[in-house]
Design a protein. Structure first.
Length: 141
């Protein structure tokens, strides 16, 4: 019986990344802070029309860092090559201070990010993450 309970808890924890703790509706509104540089586009389906300075954020949840068809900086690419995948915690930490996040992840005090914007409010970042999860390819499954 104890094994079944532990297995159930483990299964729930493994499934947790598919769910976001924030408010997707609030995140859609907060995304206005991001759309000057980022878009959310699935092929011909333009979910949020935005800029092209930053990468398309459609399908970001679960994506390998720095892997989408975009000209990322070498430091971000190296983090992805090490196998890091975007999840809520990484997104919130990166959004708060991209340069410091890269320094921590690479171990390089000279690491740089092309993203200069900082989203200081963790709740806003969690809400934006929830919005991105809600429009991700896995949202319907």
């Amino acid at each position: 019986m104890k094994f079944v309970a532990i297995a159930s808890i483990a299964t729930a924890l493994l499934a947790a990344p598919a769910f976001a703790e924030g408010d997707a509706e609030a995140g859609e509104k907060e995304f206005k802070k991001c759309k000057s540089c980022h878009m959310v586009v699935d092929g011909d389906n333009e979910i949020v029309k935005g800029g092209k300075t930053g990468p398309n954020l459609f399908g970001l949840p679960g994506r390998v860092v720095g892997s989408e068809d975009f000209r990322y900086g070498k430091d971000l690419v190296s983090v992805g090559e090490a196998g890091l995948v975007w999840d809520e915690a990484e997104f919130i930490a990166y959004s708060a201070d991209p340069k410091e996040w890269l320094k921590e992840k690479t171990g390089d005090s000279k690491a740089k990010s092309k993203m200069s914007f900082k989203l200081k409010d963790a709740e806003d970042a969690a809400n934006i993450w929830a919005f991105l999860v809600s429009v991700s390819p896995e949202a319907g499954s």
